[in-house]
Design a protein around this ligand. Structure first.
Ligand code: AMP
Length: 415
């Protein structure tokens, strides 16, 4: 199988490692890729959000499967353009990707499908914003209605800050606060059949103890020792299958990766958000645990044959990833700094670039992450931190508490 992988972040580096390890993959091309991906794939230039350009590249490299990593190309219609060339693509149509592209669309689908989620209002003016904030009370949850790379959400007790964010975004969704630990559940689907991957937890806030502003994600671990044993089955029954059925009913079947972001509240799992692609950095840990060949799995989802796919196989133990961020991230990351110590197994590149002379430099807010597996969560965490400590990057910062509450048994479900 010849595979074209679209994207160039940490998620795509993790996907590239999984795809390259699948014996069925004879050639892996990534566009635009990154210096980490370049170790396992040949790189091509492309504007990932240009559907015609990606489709032409897929034809040019004679791809049997195109895997689209990030959300923006999906929302722009890249999967539709590739499919129109008769090439299998792992990633939903632009219409189905609205599940991520528009919070209002997602709420609408959830309501129609009876999916448990936070009550919410879409607001376009200050008066409506004030009414919604009054009704739900603090903590206030204010979300930009469009794509915001996971950074368009403000959760705050500060009423003025909530109003300010709403005014800056224009069209916002204001919703009730969901209290409870968060879970990311990835589901591989061809629109009808659906296979859940291992549930993971990520760390959205920049600082230890979940302090500071929201980020794209500062670390992750899997599996979740504290999760109720029935969690995945419950979410498949109450959330995933009703959502897929509703999208089929609308004539916009969702084939690709359905990312279900949940809060485990006293009343049970509640959907915080859907995404239309693998999450970053949870992908790094989930794929580190997956034994089933990745390309075969994604190809089955892309060709409507997932029902016939064998059950997934997982490694024993646990996986942890710790993100190393640039100075100033998330507000204003500094780029261009030299990185050393990154050339080792388990270092996943996210925002890096290589000079002509081979020097590795930071090129984004989340620069790289150290990903490790271990016999248990504590061992995986220690190994991930050992990787991160071996990296030198001026001004860089990382959280010191990734997976620690789970290791110490400090995560509880309210109620
Ligand atoms: P989102 O972009 O919707 O994933 O939101 C980013 C982060 O904001 C989530 O991972 C949660 O930590 C937090 N968040 C979003 N919505 C809610 C909510 N209704 N209640 C509590 N926290 C939320």
């Amino acid at each position: 199988m010849r595979v074209l992988l679209v994207g160039g972040g940490g998620r795509e580096h993790a996907l590239a490692l999984g795809l390259a390890a699948d014996p069925a993959v004879e050639a892996l091309v990534a566009a635009p890729g990154n210096p980490g991906i370049a170790e396992v794939a040949s790189l091509r230039e492309v504007t990932a959000t240009d559907p015609a350009a990606v489709a032409a590249l897929a034809v040019d490299v004679a791809a049997d499967l195109v895997v689209v990593g990030p959300e923006a190309p999906l929302v722009a219609g890249v999967a539709d353009a590739v499919r129109a060339k008769g090439i299998a693509v792992f990633g939903p149509s632009a219409e189905a990707a609205q599940l991520e592209g528009s919070k209002t669309f997602a709420k609408d689908v959830m309501t129609a499908a009876g999916v448990p989620t936070a009550r919410a209002y879409t607001c376009v003016d200050a008066a409506a914003v004030a009414r919604a904030l009054d009704e739900f009370g603090a903590p206030y949850v204010v979300k930009d209605d469009g794509l915001a790379a996971g950074k368009g959400v403000v959760v705050t007790d500060d009423r003025a800050a909530a109003e300010r964010h709403a005014a800056e975004c224009g069209r916002v969704v204001i919703e009730e606060y969901l209290d409870g630990p968060e879970v990311s559940l990835f589901v591989v689907t061809d629109g009808e059949a659906a296979l859940p991957l291992l549930p993971a937890q990520d760390f959205k806030r920049v600082g230890d103890g979940d302090t500071g502003p929201n980020t794209g994600g500062m670390g992750a671990y899997t599996p979740l020792p504290w999760a109720p044993p029935s969690l995945v089955d419950d979410v498949m029954r109450d959330v995933v299958h009703p959502t897929l059925a509703e999208l089929r009913r609308r004539g916009a079947p969702f084939a690709g990766l359905l990312y279900v972001g949940l809060a485990i509240t006293a009343a049970g799992p509640r959907v915080i958000e859907f995404n239309a692609r693998f999450g970053d950095p949870e992908t790094q840990v989930v794929l580190a645990m997956l034994e089933t060949p990745l390309a075969g799995l994604l190809h089955a989802a892309a060709t409507g044959t997932l029902a016939g796919h064998p059950p997934l196989r997982w490694r024993d133990g646990a996986a942890v990833t710790v993100v190393v961020a640039a100075e100033g991230y998330p507000a204003g990351p500094r780029t261009g700094d030299v990185i050393t110590g990154a050339d080792r197994a388990g270092i996943i590149h996210a925002g890096t670039r290589r000079d002509a002379d081979g020097t590795l430099r930071s090129a984004g807010g989340r620069v790289l992450c150290g990903t490790a597996t271990g016999a248990d969560l504590a061992a995986a965490r220690d190994a991930a931190y050992a990787l991160v400590r071996g990296v030198e990057l001026a001004g860089a910062h990382h959280r010191g508490d990734i997976a620690s509450a789970a290791v110490d048994g400090r995560i509880t479900i309210p109620g």
